[in-house]
Design a protein around this ligand. Structure first.
Ligand code: TTP
Length: 650
């Protein structure tokens, strides 16, 4: 659902930077003999030479297109160099591309707020940097302007072929330019510097759009490629937007765009201009109506989120045609590969960035061989995420089975044939940073996870039917909830388009979470950090104490470490599971004394620190000790204490 946000300021300077033929550049850096050669990267599946996923600009000149397969590309360009995407676990391994993207992000982030939007795209908010530059250096007095800046394309500027750079110079240094255009000129200088720096440090070229908001910057970045930049002046917005096909606009590639076409006859953004805001609100609701009215005029208040890391991690694979998976055993085999990859990436994220993911989602594309209801899609399913490849696999299999049962309906057996899976993916989302001071969390997770390393075989058995996992125990996602994500470079949504031949196309950095659920509240069957987080949030709001988050994170999981180290358990009553069940469960919150990080303790309010230290003092106790209920620490963390408003009272 698009969100109508008013512009916070009409003088923001936003850049969208997009790497040129990114995977090809990464491969060319790795194999320098490919530089200057027509090159393409092909996917893992080598049928007909493999599907092309990235095409270098030399090959594009010869007519090679991403929609081709390797064999076809060789016909139009016999000298083309085809490089296969790296492979691990029988599927594409995008690690080198992700890492290369991170190199670029770290450079671009030097000048302003930076949002990693996909594996090779970044938004920058350069407003402050541009304002500062303008204050320090009046543009009209600029003596030398770098060639890279002079090569900028200024939309709306009439260029004379012989004198393009001088015309751009004139625009950049205009004395009578308004403040907004002057800021744009500064933005163009800063972006050109950043792009040159990226080239120096990484050997990669990129292109950029510079505008007053994200939407316009993104539209502009692809207009002049490779290695160029485009500036969207306010005066050029109307001319830029009016002829654009409506479906090309972000968030309008799906149902909303189709409705505009069929219901209102809107085919271009310009067509939208004839509708009043009220009319659009009447048809699409007040928020979407306003959003549509705004975007037709180039108005978008979306902020650049300060985020250098991906918003989710996904691992998926397509199984086209005869490769379709037709048994639970085959699905489980592939889920094991996908879950191990996902788990490894989560582990790396945890160790490197101190972040944890909270939601696991399984998406699949499926068909029934006797299909009477061909529009029915395999429902995506979510549950709280537990760390460890084995646990992720176990939960994914359960999610898959729940989805399959729903997809097939009651009349068909999930075990015996009649269905096929053509795409499968697991995604970890709702990733949040662990508050500083929780270094021991990594060790904690190691303790939690029997299947921590991918090399450890998982020999767990998965019952074909798990009564614990009816769809009501998982979050379920209908197709319509996900269609709004289609403009994003999402990894593996259950939208069939994302399971196309480009299985390796997981441009899965920073995916917008597509996990709008049907609000089946996930029940706490699985030990999970979400539950603790909910409790924590309630406590945090109630106590208004700062800096107590990390300790709770440390405590909040319900799992006892299996190590031989001493363990302490806080016996606590948990909150009611659901109203209908209306039952109370007892949780044991256990942890290893040795794993408590002092810096975590130091984040607690002083009175809790004191009590915790007292409580930890007899560390040599052989047996786990249970804290008396009513003690302030137990009280503080007790899920029952939602109304606990003042720590001191307890
Ligand atoms: P894009 O930015 O869409 O394309 P590109 O960088 O290859 O080329 P351009 O210069 O036109 O921007 O995608 C970035 C990378 O993502 C691309 O190099 C390969 C990968 N990708 C896929 O694997 N499959 C896909 O379908 C797409 C669109 C991209």
């Amino acid at each position: 659902m698009p969100v109508a946000r008013p512009e916070t300021s009409d003088s923001r300077i936003i850049a969208h930077v997009d790497m040129d033929c990114f995977y090809v550049q990464v491969e060319q850096r790795k194999q320098p003999h490919l530089r200057g050669q027509p090159t393409a990267v092909v996917q893992y599946n080598s049928w007909k030479g493999g599907g092309l996923i990235a095409v270098g600009y030399e090959a594009r000149k010869d007519g090679v297109k991403r929609s081709m397969r390797g064999d076809e590309a060789k016909k139009v360009c016999p000298q083309i160099q085809l490089v296969q995407v790296p492979v691990a676990r029988g599927k594409a391994d995008l690690t080198i591309y992700r890492n290369a993207g991170s190199e670029v992000v770290s450079i671009l982030a030097r000048k302003g707020r930076c949002e990693r939007a996909s594996i090779d795209e970044v938004y920058l908010d350069l407003t402050d940097a541009a304002e500062t530059m303008l204050k320090e250096t009046p543009l009209e007095s600029l003596e030398s302007i770098d060639e890279e800046v002079l090569k900028s394309h200024v939309l709306g500027l009439t260029l004379n072929e012989n004198d393009e750079k001088e015309i751009v110079r004139g625009w950049l240094t205009r004395r009578d330019a308004d403040h907004r255009d002057k800021l744009l000129a500064c933005g163009a200088i800063i972006v050109a510097q950043l792009r040159m720096q990226v080239l120096r440090e990484t050997e990669f070229t990129c292109s950029a759009g510079i505008a007053h908001n994200k939407m316009l910057a993104k539209l502009a970045s692809g207009m002049n490629k490779p290695a160029q930049q485009t500036i969207v002046t306010s005066a050029s917005v109307k001319g830029l937007l009016e002829p654009l096909p409506i479906k090309k606009m972000k968030q309008l590639g799906g149902k909303l765009g189709s409705s505009l076409q069929t219901d209102l006859g809107v085919n271009t953004v310009g067509d939208l201009l004839q509708f009043s805001e009220e009319k659009l609100q009447d048809i699409y609701g007040s928020n979407t109506g306003t959003w549509l009215w705004n975007i037709a005029r180039g108005i978008s208040g979306d902020e650049v989120e300060g985020r250098l890391l991906p918003k989710s991690h996904g691992s998926g694979k397509t199984f086209p045609g005869v490769q379709a998976l037709k048994s639970l055993a085959a699905v489980e085999k592939w889920l094991k590969e996908l879950c191990e990859e996902l788990s490894e990436r989560l582990q790396i994220d945890l160790e490197t960035n101190k972040r944890v993911a909270h939601t696991l989602t399984l998406h699949a594309n499926a068909y029934k061989s006797t299909d009477t209801d061909s529009h029915k899609k395999f429902p995506s399913k979510s549950c709280p995420l537990r760390y460890g490849a084995g646990k992720i696999l176990e939960d994914s299999v359960n999610l898959f089975q729940a989805g399959l049962r729903e997809f097939l309906g009651s009349y068909m057996s999930p075990v015996g044939g009649g269905w096929g899976i053509t795409g499968l993916s697991v995604t970890a989302s709702k990733i949040v940073a662990i508050p500083s001071g929780t270094s021991s969390i990594t060790r904690y997770f190691h303790g939690q996870d029997r299947f921590h390393t991918s090399s450890e075989p998982s020999d767990e058995k998965f019952a074909p039917k798990d009564d614990n996992l009816s769809p009501s125990r998982t979050e379920s996602h209908s197709a319509s909830h996900l269609t709004e994500c289609d403009g994003e470079r999402t990894p593996m949504t259950h939208d069939t388009s994302t399971f196309d031949q480009h299985e390796t196309a997981c441009k899965d950095e920073a995916t917008e979470s597509c996990l709008t659920s049907q609000h089946h509240e996930p029940q706490p069957r699985l030990p999970n950090i979400d539950d603790g987080k909910r409790t924590y949030e309630q406590k945090r709001k109630a106590t208004k104490e700062k800096g107590t988050s990390s300790i709770l994170r440390f405590f909040q999981t319900n799992t006892c470490s299996s190590s031989s180290q001493e363990t302490k358990c806080l016996g606590m009553e948990s909150e009611s599971l659901t109203e209908s069940q209306n039952k109370v469960r007892t949780n044991s919150w256990c942890y290893n004394v040795d794993e408590i990080d002092q810096s975590v303790v130091e984040e607690l309010p002083p009175e809790l620190q004191e009590e915790l230290r007292t409580w930890l003092r007899p560390q040599k106790q052989a047996k786990p000790s249970t804290v008396k209920r009513g003690s302030s620490i137990a009280h503080y963390f007790s899920p029952n204490k939602n109304q606990h408003t003042n720590l001191k009272k307890s």
